[in-house]
Ligand binder design. Sequence first.
Ligand code: AMP
Ligand code: ZN
Length: 496
Amino acid sequence: MQNLKIYNSLSRQKEVFEPLIPGHVGMYVCGPTVYNFVHLGNIRTFLTFDVLYRYLQNIGYKVRYVRNITDVGHLVGDGDEGEDKIGKMAKLEQLEPMEIVQRYTNDFHQVLELFNFLSPSIEPSATGHMVEQIEAVKDLIEKGLAYESNGSVYFDINKYNEAGNNYGKLSGRILEDLLNETRELDGQAEKRNPLDFAIWKKAAPEHIMQWPSPWGMGFPGWHLECTCMSAKYLGKQFDIHGGGMDLKFPHHECEIAQGKGLTGVEPVKYWMHSNMLTVNGQKMSKSLGNSFLPAELITGTHPLLEQAYSPMTVRFFMLQSQYRSTLDFSNDALKAAQKGYRRLLNGFRNVKNLEFEAIENLEIDTKKKEEIEKAILAFYDSMNDDLNTAMAIAQMFTLLKYVNMIYMNQLLPAAIGQETFDDLKSKFVIFFADILGLKEEEMTKNDSMLQGMLSLYREYKANQQYDKVDQIRAYFKANSMTIKDMKHKIDWAWEE
Ligand code: AMP
Ligand code: ZN
């Protein structure tokens, strides 16, 4: 197993990854609130954990990956007051809340498939775990860590801290500062301390989504679902909890308080946070109006977009930066990513067809052989260094150089020896497809048709029917492809 190090937001340093049960990993990632279409920013966060999920499995762990669907309790403004995001949309669109939930859950799944994400092992929803959430509220009240006030129940920060805990330790927030920030907010009268947060909210009569509870009709607080569902499927202590950087406070801070309050133990060993996708330095978000949807990206129809970009170009663009750095969207960066991705994609297509041929008495080119072996090891080292996909991709370009040399007949496979050749071939595919999760562009699923066109090309060329030859070339060009007419064979490649 590889020596993986990951940055733990809780200790604020890179730590050697050692799961609670050797060989097994429990991972929970906060999923989307399904009241609207997912935008490109959301995709960056889910991509980080898709790559982590892939990598952990690839290096031999058995992983249980839980990613929830938030379908109740997340209020406009992310606080304790205001309308439910889903309820509000249901009213606006005159639909059942569950119709909204279904529509945007379907969209979420379609988008994830488009970007080649693996499905999680379990995808639980908040409304499906009402019993667990009500039990957790009762339990926290019994433990003296929560109190009822006017039909709502609040988590008691003072009691929690008096018991030796430190609310604010994940986000590094200072209680004094937080107090100053919250004093002005609505709905504080019911709380003993303005920092207390709702774990159960009394529903106003016009609030559509509400359930019976010992405290009257209401709904669970947003943070509670993740505590209950992670504990149910991964245990009261589990390995990795992930989400976007913006969820550190209050969401994850409150999750820690609830989990620790309920069980007495730290719920999560490694907290991981993915940084934001920005546009001109500003967080991409729906409320700022600077977000675009995957559909707009693929068709190039958003005013910020100079052209259409394929989902795999976008995936590659995002992987070119390490998940903890911010990533700024720009057309120039995406165009460069398109080039880089297509170069690798050409290598991916070609490497699969390369064959080893033994040649007696051929001297091994040790320099090349060693450079290939070094690049393979460096790929793993980069991934082990807190998933540095940017550095890992740089290693892939070193490997690509050799794949291309062999493909172009400039290097004989025998010159690097069978073992290194086999390793180059298998690792290139594993890195590209299994770990980075890249794949062929949709259009080339029909490769047999393209091969058919190439055989026509050969025939027309042999018969000197150059107008037909040009027509076929033009077809390939119109689809960003080029015909490679080489001495030893005729093939097609993506235009780089
Ligand atoms: P939401 O549906 O708003 O709860 O967001 C779903 C996930 O996307 C959360 O983990 C957020 O942190 C993440 N997210 C939202 N906006 C961005 C962004 N601009 N860049 C990266 N991640 C984001
Ligand atoms: Zn969550």
